[in-house]
Write a new protein. Structure first.
Length: 268
């Protein structure tokens, strides 16, 4: 059963547009609500767009209006059970193979962008408040913001592996509390699985160790190269010790010490 959400719905100025396969007649509790296969969205001056109703929501009517940025549309869908679904910032003329889907407590318009070719999702607006806080875990470092969008003020940081108190959610963000800081953080960085967070921390530590070893190896190779080249720029020879071979051949080698503490050998 769908979770009930606390939402703020804006008033729409346009007349309702009927969905394909659904009527506008008021229904009694006994009336069976039909589920349209597709949902038609029409805005004046733009070509109508058909959205596949993959979520099988009993949408009975749709309204749409152009936003301040005229390339974007605000869509409201009314369902027979009294639920309403709002979608903001919809690029109606860029929706390739759009479909209405459900994921958890929220509905999404999922589509392939006709401009970038990438798969995109636009989640319904509104916020679900939990009756009791939940404990989830960070799988990456992530900001806590004042609002559920990427322009919200940064209030704090959640570190990979941290356990956090989750108070609610939107389609793309969790409402969280860490210590005395409350705000919103992106859902993709948070997991219900503590082991996933532990594995993420271990992977980060292993990656840092690999970087450290690589840096040490690179420094050693550079020092050796400088030593072989006579110490390199800014490095001078401070000592040269002669060691003869003990076989009486007259051959041997010099042990050279440089000003940076490195050493090298040179045969004679």
């Amino acid at each position: 059963m769908r979770k009930k959400m606390r939402m703020t719905l804006s008033a729409m100025g346009m007349a309702l547009i009927c969905c394909a396969g659904a009527g506008m007649t008021a229904m009694s509790e006994e009336t069976e609500i039909s589920v349209p296969e597709t949902i038609t969205v029409t805005v004046e001056g733009q070509e109508a767009v058909e959205i596949a109703n993959t979520a099988q929501l009993a949408v009975t009517a749709v309204s749409a209006e152009t936003q301040e940025d005229e390339s974007l549309v605000h869509i409201t869908m009314a369902a027979g059970d009294g639920q309403q679904y709002e979608f903001e910032d919809v690029p109606l003329d860029a929706l390739g193979d759009p479909e209405l889907i459900e994921d958890g407590a929220f509905a999404y318009i999922q589509y392939t962008s006709l401009t970038s070719g990438k798969e995109r999702r636009i989640g319904q607006t509104g916020e679900l408040t939990y009756s009791e806080p939940a404990e989830l875990f960070a799988v990456d470092d992530v900001y806590i913001r004042s609002e559920p969008d990427d322009e919200g003020e940064i209030l704090g940081v959640i570190s990979r592996g941290d356990a956090i108190e989750v108070l609610g959610e939107t389609a793309a963000y969790y409402k969280v509390k860490k210590d005395d800081v409350s705000g919103y953080t992106v859902r993709k960085c948070i997991s219900e699985d503590e082991q996933e967070a532990i594995a993420a921390v271990q992977a980060e530590e292993a990656a840092r160790e690999q970087i450290r070893l690589a840096q040490e190896a690179a420094a050693a190779a550079a020092a050796q190269q400088q030593a072989s080249a006579g110490g390199g720029s800014g490095v001078t020879e401070v000592r040269r010790q002669k060691f003869d071979d003990c076989d009486g051949s007259g051959h041997g080698y010099y042990l050279i010490t440089y000003s940076d503490g490195s050493t090298a050998t040179e045969e004679y």
